[in-house]
Each structure stands twice: as structure tokens, then as C-alpha cells.
Design a protein around this ligand. Sequence first.
Ligand code: NCD
Length: 303
Amino acid sequence: MRHILDPLDLSVAETDEIIALGESVMSDGGKYSRALSGKILATLFYEPSTRTRLSFESAMLSMGGGVIGFSSEESSSVVKGENIADTIRTVSHYADICAIRHPKEGSALVAAQNASIPIINAGDGGHQHPTQTLTDFLAIHSIKGRFDNLTIGLCGDLTFGRTVHSLVRSIARYPNNRFIFVAPNELRIPGYIRQILIKNGVPFSETSTLEAVIGEMDILYMTRVQKERFFNEEEYLRLKDIYILDKRKLSGANSDLVIMHPLPRVNEIAREVDDDPRARYFYQAQCGKFMRMALMMKLLEVM
Ligand code: NCD
């Protein structure tokens, strides 16, 4: 039995294999319509979600399985004082696989330590979000055809954005990639990630001005300022609209730039950008279902 708590729980070879399966699901989903027949997915979401939870559920239903779960802690026994360990011991008897999202870093690990079914981390606080990374990977691979030789810009809340932490660490394992981190000083990429890049000889630069570097990028990964992780409302209000990608800023970008965003978007990408052929964030969200189908098939060992 395996858990996926961190994107690096999958080796590069395993990641490539899951992407290949995700591409097969994308081209012929009907082939897998009974792949998980009789299996039950539990989605335990202690934090808001639209895409992650619904794509997990849609993925399981599209493979012939069933779904149970809750979408907020108010509707679970947490409000009575139950801890994750007890919840997961119980859910292990009701489901075959579990996706969990929780505001506290490390909560998916606690769940895994107490589970007798595979646990998938669907986001733990500002820490990691491995299935978003698989989603991002499928989008990148299907558009660019590769995970190497890319200049990847990440812009916005790089301190609290768990999707950023997972994507950077995972794609840094492929050769000749370079990162450009665009953030104000308050929202810089964490020191531990910078250390990983330095140790592995992966080039990166940091700036606070998007316009100055947008022309160098193959991929621009925009992110939302993570309101729920701020201790101070004033600080959030000061930083929330610091980057707004619009047509004017895009005028200096490559014609084959891929604009990504894990979504939800607030103001950081102007609506006028949605019609630009380089805007791929809704396509990216679509990839989430295919990848979650692929991942659950792998973890339940039917593929
Ligand atoms: C992201 C998350 O929850 O970390 N959303 C998602 O899963 N697609 C990004 C965000 O909330 O900003």
C-alpha cells in the first residue's frame, strides 16, 4: 500500500509513467470506464475546494467506482472534537482510497500514519499539493511535449502557495530547467526550496517585476495571494493585487508562452487574457480529472 503525500513520493520514472497513463485517459477515457468498479473513494475536505474535490469525485465515478465524504469540517465530527487519526481509522473501513485536504501542514502525513488504505494529500496548508503538480505536468507535457529545457516563471504568492512548492521541487528533477521567481519580498519562495535548487545546481533568479522577465519565459505560472494563510488582514489587502496579468504585460511575452494558474483566480489574471490562445488555465483544470483517474488506478494497482 502506498500513500502520495508529496510529489517526490513518486520517482521521475513513476511520474513519467503516470503522465503516460493520464495521456491515455485523456485520449480515450471510455477505455477505463469500469477500471475501478466497486471501489470507493473517500474525500475528506477540511478546507474549501472546487476543482480538486470535484475532479477526484468525477474521476472515481468515471471509472465505475463510488464516492463518500465531506466538504467542510462543519459537517464532520471534527466539530465534536474528533482528531484526524480517529477519523481516518474509521474511514479506512468504509473506503478503498482517500483524498484529504486540511489547513494544517503535515495533516496528510498524520492521516497516512493511521490509515489502512492509500492516502492522497489533496493539499496540506501552505505545504504541498502533489495532485495539482500531476495536473500541471499533464498540461505542460501535452502542450510543450517535454519537462526539460524550460524557463518557468512563477508569479504571486510563492511563500504560501503549496502548488508552487510541489511543482518546483518536482520539475527541478528534469534536466536544464530554469526558474524565475516573481514575488514581492514578503511572498518570496521559501528558503528550503532555494536550498534544494542550489544543492542540485538548478539555476533560478528572483525579481519583483513581472514585465522585466516575462519575455524570457516558456511557462508563466500565476498564483493567487493565499488570503487564508495570512495572520494579518491589512498585509493581505496590501499585497493581494500586486500582480495583475493583462494584455499590456503580455505584449512582451513569447508567442508560445503557456499561461497557467491552478485556480481559483481572484484578480491576478485580467479577464481579457482568457481569450488569448496562450491562456491554458481552464485546460489545465480539465487535466486534473485525467491525472486523478491515472493516479487512483496506479495506487489501487489496476494499471
Ligand atoms: C490551489 C490550492 O488549493 O492550493 N487550488 C487548487 O487546488 N487548484 C490554489 C489556490 O487555492 O490558490
